[in-house]
Write a protein that binds this ligand. Structure first.
Ligand SMILES: C[S@@+](CC[C@H](N)C(=O)[O-])C[C@H]1O[C@@H](n2cnc3c(N)ncnc32)[C@H](O)[C@@H]1O
Length: 249
């Protein structure tokens, strides 16, 4: 079930982000709309690992407000299709980047079998209880031997009190899941820590404008609480951000 905290975090903040980018300028759009903690280095790793090429149909499952997919279109000439269940996040992606958005759940992807060249799913699996259902659907829509790029928040041990709506997998569970859903895990690396100042500055300017406008809004407090709980788990070394490249068998 979708919690109020997740609607705040993924839907309301996405709408506020699009509004803030409208005021600050388009150069803020991609950094501010990468909500799954993707960075230029992380996105480049995924794009290279997936051998993303100009014209590839790239399905971004749980695309949020579209930053990673827009980056792939801009830097690699991919043709993204965004899939996102939260309606305001999808509207934010259309408004910011003019990309096609399917408002749907990753467990029921409204696309033909074998119609997609590459799929990304960034910062999503840890918010999904039935991860196998999403991975099987992604496998269905991919062409055989196609690449899947993942960014996953992985837990070192089971986390007793995670932020609302989070179900962090363990490394061993993730590997087993990929195999059970028809994927071969090719390679994996921790997300590179370094993020250029030019990127963080733009993201922070958007965050600051949202805070100035909405800090008294109940959804803002809920989203902040989610962020703080997540940051605390990272600080204590309980979570890590992993990039994975898998291929559909
Ligand atoms: C942390 S955000 C990441 C957004 C985006 N991938 C990015 O990197 O900026 C997680 C996203 O997963 C989406 N999501 C949650 N459950 C989902 C599901 N069952 N199917 C597809 N997307 C889902 C949320 O709505 C949210 O937009």
């Amino acid at each position: 079930m979708t919690s109020q905290a997740m609607v705040a975090e993924f839907d309301e903040v996405a709408a506020w982000t699009a509004e803030a980018v409208g005021d600050l300028g388009d150069e803020h759009a991609i950094p501010a709309a990468c909500r799954g903690s993707a960075s230029p280095a992380a996105l480049a790793w995924l794009a290279e690992a997936c051998e993303l090429s100009a014209g590839d149909r790239l399905l971004d499952v749980g695309a949020g407000s579209g930053g990673p997919a827009a980056w792939a279109a801009k830097r690699f000439g991919a043709r993204p299709i965004l899939l996102e269940p939260m309606p305001a996040a999808g509207r934010a992606a259309s408004r910011l980047f003019g990309l096609p958005v399917l408002t749907a759940d990753g467990q029921r992807i409204p696309l033909r079998t074998g119609s997609i060249d590459v799929a990304w799913c960034l910062g999503v699996l840890c918010t999904v209880e039935d991860k196998a259902a999403v991975l099987r659907e992604i496998h269905r829509v991919l062409t055989p031997h196609a690449s899947l790029g993942l960014l996953v928040v992985v837990a070192d041990e089971p986390i007793a009190d995670p932020p609302d709506g989070n179900y962090f997998p363990l490394q061993s569970e993730l590997v087993d899941l990929l195999g059970a859903c028809g994927f071969d895990l090719v390679e994996q690396t921790e997300r590179p820590a370094a993020v250029p100042l030019s990127w963080t500055r733009r993201a922070q300017e958007v965050t600051a404008l949202i805070s100035a406008r909405y800090r008294t809004h109940p959804a803002y407090a809920l989203a902040r609480r989610q962020d703080t709980r997540l940051a605390d788990l990272f600080d204590r070394g309980r979570l890590s951000l992993q990039l994975l490249h898998a291929v559909s068998l």
